[in-house]
Write a protein that binds this ligand. Structure first.
Ligand SMILES: CC(C)(COP(=O)(O)OP(=O)(O)OC[C@H]1O[C@@H](n2cnc3c(N)ncnc32)[C@H](O)[C@@H]1OP(=O)(O)O)[C@@H](O)C(=O)NCCC(=O)NCCS
Length: 187
């Protein structure tokens, strides 16, 4: 874990997180708390009810295994030695989609919003994808998630489609917005 006090987020990768078993356990616990708090506050992260600790541990374990297989990237953001955010992408499993990956979750602790953490995490994950030779990095977002969509747009993602009123949260319906970053079209 970074040792100095800083106002810039320190971004760790999966190898750094798993190199210290104690750090890895603390990462899982705090990541679970961040996700629970965000989902409880209505964040659009794919859950309606806050995930259990086991569900988050299973998810993170799956991602770390995929990182080790070269099929994912996981990044964690620390501010002043405190975990404040995480994000990951996973390569598509379908054989015909293998050159591509999906940025599945970016989550920043609400208390740290607006301090550049989401931007730093997403920038690092884009760099990881480019380095891994990913051809197209996709993501989807709920249509009312304007902060996230603005962030992705500023980093080069473009909308390629949308399913109207597709995301169901109780009786409410929201558009599902599909975005992509095509590295083949970049110099
Ligand atoms: C979306 C999210 C990851 C952004 O993280 P963040 O650390 O607050 O974002 P940053 O401080 O890095 O800001 C990055 C950009 O996001 C947008 N943004 C973030 N907060 C914003 C706000 N309150 N108002 C307007 N735009 C905002 C801006 O475009 C900003 O660009 P700027 O740096 O040029 O101002 C964060 O709000 C979050 O975790 N939300 C809940 C979970 C979620 O919705 N994840 C995305 C699922 S698709």
């Amino acid at each position: 874990m970074p040792s100095s006090v800083t106002t810039e987020p320190a971004i760790l990768d999966a190898m750094e997180l798993t190199s210290d078993p104690e750090l890895e356990v603390r990462f899982t616990e705090t990541a679970h708390q961040i996700l629970v708090d965000l989902v409880s506050g209505g964040a659009a992260l794919g859950w309606v009810e806050p995930p259990s600790r086991d569900e988050v541990a299973d998810l993170l374990g799956h991602i770390v295994s995929a990182v080790q297989a070269g099929d994912a990237a996981l990044r964690a953001a620390y501010l002043d030695r405190r975990l404040v955010g995480l994000g990951y992408w996973l390569r598509y499993a379908r054989p015909t989609h293998r050159p591509h990956a999906d940025l599945e979750k970016i989550a920043v602790d609400a208390a740290a919003h607006g301090r550049g953490v989401g931007r730093a995490l997403t920038t690092a994950l884009i760099a990881d994808a480019r380095e891994a030779g990913i051809e197209v990095l996709t993501l989807d977002a709920r249509g009312d998630n304007t902060n996230a969509l603005r962030l992705y747009g500023s980093l080069g993602f473009t909308e390629y489609g949308r399913l109207p009123d597709f995301v169901a949260v109780g009786e409410r319906r929201y558009d599902k917005v599909f975005c992509m970053l095509d590295f083949r079209r970049q110099s």
